[in-house]
Design a protein around this ligand. Structure first.
Ligand SMILES: [Zn+2]
Length: 269
């Protein structure tokens, strides 16, 4: 099968990547739905009896910003210390060997950018923890999270210090990521909408090209549904799914590689 996969890679003119949390698992970032992922029994939150929705809701942020910021700051520390694994580098090198490429990801960890994928080729569907916005928001603006230091009391998972504030109005800021309970008013979606337009233009431009689609570490059903819609838009596409938990199905237009992401890209390119 590896030979067929290599043939598909060699023959492709352009590459489209759909990446979920499994993409960063080899950079030691937990996937949300792991047994000890944020969605389930994440050790730091297990005894607090808080579920993920309460950690990540807009309402929760307004009611208890120190608790919400405990989570954001913890996540930001994990993400800003994470190093993109070798698979990111191999994938970028492969992309650069083709006519064009584009990445769509639900990940908010910013590792694609850190690995060198440029913004113009990247759509971070849920936003990025590396950007902040005002929680009201007073302006439809974002700014870089860079240099953020917020101490956390790990027994309560609450932020200890003064929280990062909006430089414009002085109200508490928040990451520019899409949260539970967010509306078009509360979430500054303009950045993401700009990238969504780049993706639409990209699809239009490459509609008739020989396209190779990588579905990498996607556990979320929603993203899989979007992906199967996008597949209809291309006339000549092949899909390679990389996921240690996927079934080993294969047809002429689809290959499922049941392996870790890093190992897969090291084997492929
Ligand atoms: Zn503000």
């Amino acid at each position: 099968m590896m030979k067929d996969v290599t043939t598909a890679i060699d023959g492709a003119e352009v590459i489209l990547i759909f990446a979920g949390a499994g993409m960063s698992a080899d950079s030691n970032l937990t996937t949300y739905r792991d047994k000890e992922g944020f969605y389930n029994e994440y050790p730091l939150y297990r005894d607090l009896k808080k579920n993920y929705v309460s950690m990540m809701s807009y309402q929760g942020l307004l009611e208890n910003p120190h608790f919400a910021w405990g989570y954001f700051a913890h996540q930001y520390t994990l993400y800003s210390n994470a190093i993109p694994h070798e698979g990111y580098k191999r994938l970028l090198a492969l992309c650069r060997s083709k006519d064009d490429y584009f990445v769509v990801t639900t990940n908010v960890d910013g590792l694609f950018k850190k690995a060198g994928f440029p913004s113009k080729n990247l759509h971070e569907v849920h936003g990025s923890l590396h950007n902040l916005q005002c929680s009201i928001p007073c302006e439809r603006k974002t700014w870089a999270t860079k240099g953020l230091t917020v101490e956390i009391d790990y027994s309560t998972m609450k932020a200890l210090d003064n929280l990062p504030l909006c430089p414009q109005c002085g109200f508490v800021s928040r990451p520019n990521i899409c949260m539970y309970g967010d509306t078009d008013e509360s979430y500054v979606w303009e950045e993401s909408a700009k990238n969504a337009k780049q993706f639409r233009d990209w699809k239009k431009k490459n509609k008739y090209k020989k396209i190779l689609i990588f579905e990498v570490g996607v556990g979320e059903e929603g993203l899989k549904r979007h992906l199967s819609q996008y597949r209809q838009e291309f006339s000549n596409e092949t899909l390679i799914r990389i996921n240690p938990d996927c079934d080993e199905i294969k047809d002429d237009m689809q290959f499922n590689l049941r392996m870790g992401v890093k190992d897969a890209f090291i084997a492929l390119y």
